[in-house]
Design a protein around this ligand. Sequence first.
Ligand SMILES: N[C@@H](CCC(=O)N[C@@H](CS)C(=O)NCC(=O)O)C(=O)O
Length: 205
Amino acid sequence: MTLKIYGAPRSRAFRVLWAAEELGIPYEHIPTDFQDGSKKPEFLAINPNGRIPAIDDGGFHLFESLAITMYLAKKHGGAKLYPATPEAEACLWQWSLWGANEIELPLVQWIGNRYVLPPDKRSETIAAEAEAKLPRPLAVLDAHLANRQYMVGDAFTIADLNVASLLYTAWFNKADLSRWPNVKAWLDRILARPGALKARKLREV
Ligand SMILES: N[C@@H](CCC(=O)N[C@@H](CS)C(=O)NCC(=O)O)C(=O)O
């Protein structure tokens, strides 16, 4: 049965769509929106949290975008996208959790209130406070990428995708990332991958 991916491309579903494209998995995209669509009974049966994304993989339901990308990569990517050793796998978890815990909220608040929300809904105070939280973690990522092309090992993995998909909105809106030149160069490189371009096409319409 074809994998079903639920969620508007302009949401965290982006990273799931990107993962499916990288992995070359056939899928059906059901572009559920995060207001009404995600609150309908048929979607709540898949994700009772009423949030997107979620997947239905032949009757196996899964929510939480990071869990989904790691599941798909482990199932379909082999050592290509999902590292083979316990140490490399742990580094993949480390960076994915780091993204969720250290940068996700300030990024959403910064970019939302500076560029994405309708102008009358933006708060410059929230944007500035959120932006001020980012130099500490992004300096860590910048230093990590100083001598590397990719986050874990010497090839693109789902760790790169999980973290880059968080920074994508900042990158797309041309927020000032020049403070972190290695992060910027890494984003420029991996967001031009064929799989990323296919997912971006769904989002940048
Ligand atoms: N930690 C969850 C967050 C999911 C989430 O908050 N999704 C947003 C859209 S990006 C949503 O569905 N919001 C609607 C709501 O919270 O009611 C994940 O990564 O999947």
